[in-house]
Design a protein around this ligand. Structure first.
Ligand SMILES: Cc1ncc(C[n+]2csc(CCOP(=O)(O)OP(=O)(O)O)c2C)c(N)n1
Ligand SMILES: [Mg+2]
Length: 378
């Protein structure tokens, strides 16, 4: 078994090994196609051989980062609530969103902005949500993924929900998959192990993506688990697990695509551990300088997923500085429209806090809603 810090690509014949063989051999592989300087490591998977096919992924990663920076600035100027940046994790997020089919269902955490944008959630909606307005989770845009779940802030509680979604697909004989995205910290929770176990026993069409960004707020990965890799947790549940370089969009997309095809054709669940790094504070309410050495963060910046893909595209003649300038201007204008639409939205009524949790309100909450209604009408 490889250590999580070693990121050499597995030979293709190992990557395509049968799940049962992997489980029996107790092996976990780590896959990387592009090195941090944007150079290919060996041959690329078929979808990536034409560099221009990767441009939409780059555009989505760049939008995610630019939107993220704007959201942090809005919070810093008092116009957004606490916001969790996904800086550094764009390759994993965008690959998850791009590999999923429209009919698949995403169940993610608070750091899945890139996947949500690719899935068709609007920037205005994401801002509304982080501005404290639950209507942001209604996903009403023209390309909205209406059955995707709202952001799960409680850690790992959405893992058993993902089992339920995947179980429903299986019962209905639908060729669809659920994708449950969670963090390295979440992989220590009971909900996660229970969900893994159920997915394995029932052979559900469920793909777990453990985004190992090395930190759970101030708790480093090495204090999180004694396991050499988080991917190997799948093995105990009889599920195939693999590690990918989460800053290499090709590796993450390739793994997701294989896992989703397998899940949709009824061949069971899969776990992907994406090795990445949270370059930002945990949220805007955190100051990571209190627990991380500046040098460590700078070293991780050299592995940045955006510059890696951009270098590769530029070397292949598929991206120029002029393309970059044009893209940034396009994104700045789209982001400003979303920000203006968000800021122009009237705040929800205080009674809205009762609207999204229960199908039928318990008596005590019904009474409280009545009291707020009286306040509102004053
Ligand atoms: C059930 C629960 N316990 C504790 C918290 C507080 N909390 C918020 S984020 C976090 C760390 C999560 O780390 P990880 O799963 O690695 O995700 P990351 O934030 O790194 O993306 C914790 C403990 C919570 N939100 N929910
Ligand atoms: Mg983490």
């Amino acid at each position: 078994m490889r250590k999580s810090v070693e990121l050499s690509p597995a030979p293709p014949e190992q990557r395509s090994r049968d799940a049962r063989e992997c489980v029996a051999r107790f092996e976990v592989y780590c896959t990387r196609f592009l090195d941090p300087d944007g150079r290919p490591c060996g041959s690329l998977p078929a979808f990536a051989r034409d560099a221009s096919a990767l441009v939409p992924l780059y555009r989505a990663m760049a939008l995610t980062r630019q939107f993220d920076q704007r959201a942090v600035a809005l919070q810093r100027t008092g116009r957004l609530g606490t916001y969790p940046s996904s800086e550094g994790q764009e390759a994993t997020e965008v690959a998850v969103g791009a590999a999923m089919a429209r009919d698949d269902v995403l169940l993610g955490t608070y750091r899945e902005t890139g996947a949500m944008l690719v899935r068709g959630v609007e920037m205005r909606e994401i801002l509304l949500y982080w501005g404290g307005d639950e209507r942001g989770m209604a996903y009403t845009g023209p390309n909205a993924p209406r059955e995707d779940f709202p952001v799960a802030v409680p850690i790992a509680t959405h893992a058993p929900h993902a089992v339920g979604v995947a179980y429903a697909f299986k019962l209905r004989n639908q060729p669809r998959a659920a994708v449950c995205v969670l963090g390295d910290g979440a992989s220590s929770k009971g909900d996660f192990y229970e969900a893994l176990n159920a997915a394995g026993v029932w052979q559900l069409p469920l793909v777990f993506v453990v985004v190992n960004n090395q930190w759970a707020i101030s708790v480093p990965r090495e204090m999180q688990s004694r396991a050499q890799t988080l991917a190997q947790k799948a093995i105990a549940a009889g599920i195939e697990g693999e590690q990918v370089d989460g800053n290499d969009v090709i590796a993450v997309y390739d793994a997701l695509d294989r896992a989703l095809v397998k899940a949709r054709r009824g061949d069971g669940p899969h776990l992907i551990e994406a090795l990445t790094y949270r370059l930002s504070d945990h949220t805007t309410a955190d100051d990571a300088r209190r627990y991380r050495a500046a040098g460590d963060v700078e070293r991780q910046r050299a592995l940045d997923p955006l510059s890696r893909l951009r270098l590769y595209l530029a070397n292949e003649g598929a991206w120029t500085d002029a393309d970059e300038t044009k893209l940034r201007a396009e994104h700045a204008s789209a982001i400003e429209s979303a920000v203006n639409a968000y800021l122009a939205t009237d705040a929800p009524a205080p009674s809205a806090m009762f609207e999204h949790l229960f199908e039928r309100l318990p008596t005590a909450l019904e009474r409280q809603r009545g009291e707020i209604g009286t306040e509102e009408s004053r």
